[in-house]
Ligand binder design. Structure first.
Ligand code: SAH
Length: 200
């Protein structure tokens, strides 16, 4: 998976590749799909939700440019897989999931990752209790980059999220310098929709 799907497609940061080598993805996918855990696609995880394709997890993580000292917020814990990846690349990870059943399952899997803190709630509001964040990633598609999330970015921080409607979105990369926010668009993707106050 790491060689053929991630490195061969141009993501070469050794820290990123090492993080993917360390996390057993098959533990995060439902048991009946364990044989597909390292396949080149998204998988369903129950409650109508998905665990993203490995390459997309890698790309979004790479765009956060983590060095190991960051406090990170992930909106959409889902299976917990991306939170586990982030745990190896940042100092502290806060992850918020709206669906309580998914949050419970992920929290049990993430007990082996002591720098990951799981929360249940509407992550479209961010998680103000632990703000500011050096990096924020939203793993469900928002109608637009929520202002309330941008405001939880630290100076110099970055946010990566898919923006768009059902079936097609574009990954946006936002950065904050003091009170100034800039963004650029990366590739097209298809994520499940973000729910909640600033979701769909
Ligand atoms: N990062 C996940 C992929 C999650 S799919 C992984 O590695 O497996 C997107 C997740 O976002 C789903 O679990 C969905 O329930 C959750 N979600 C949708 N809207 C949300 C919201 N407003 N707050 C928190 N989580 C939300």
């Amino acid at each position: 998976m790491v060689d053929e799907q991630i490195a061969r497609r141009g993501l070469s940061d050794p820290r990123l590749l090492a993080a993917f080598e360390r996390v057993p993805r098959h533990l995060f996918v439902p048991a009946e799909q364990a044989d597909l855990a390292y396949a080149d696609g998204a998988l369903t995880i129950g409650s109508g939700q998905t665990i993203s394709q490995p390459y997309i997890v890698a790309l979004m993580t790479d765009l956060l440019e983590l060095t190991g000292i960051e406090t990170v917020l992930e909106v959409g814990t889902g299976s917990g897989y991306q939170a586990a990846i982030l745990s190896h690349l940042a100092r502290t990870v806060h992850t918020v999931e709206l669906v309580a059943d998914l949050a419970t399952r992920a929290q049990a899997l993430l007990k082996d990752y002591p720098n990951v803190h799981c929360h249940v709630g509407d992550g479209s509001l961010g998680w103000p209790e632990a703000a500011p964040y050096n990096a924020i990633t939203v793993t469900a598609a928002a109608p637009a980059a929520p202002k309330v999330l941008l405001e939880q970015l630290a100076d110099g921080g970055r946010m990566v999220l898919p923006v768009g409607g059902a079936g097609y979105q574009v990954i946006e990369v936002w950065s904050r310098q003091a009170a100034e926010f800039k963004h650029r668009s990366e590739l097209g993707v298809a994520f499940v929709l973000l729910r909640g106050k600033h979701g769909w």
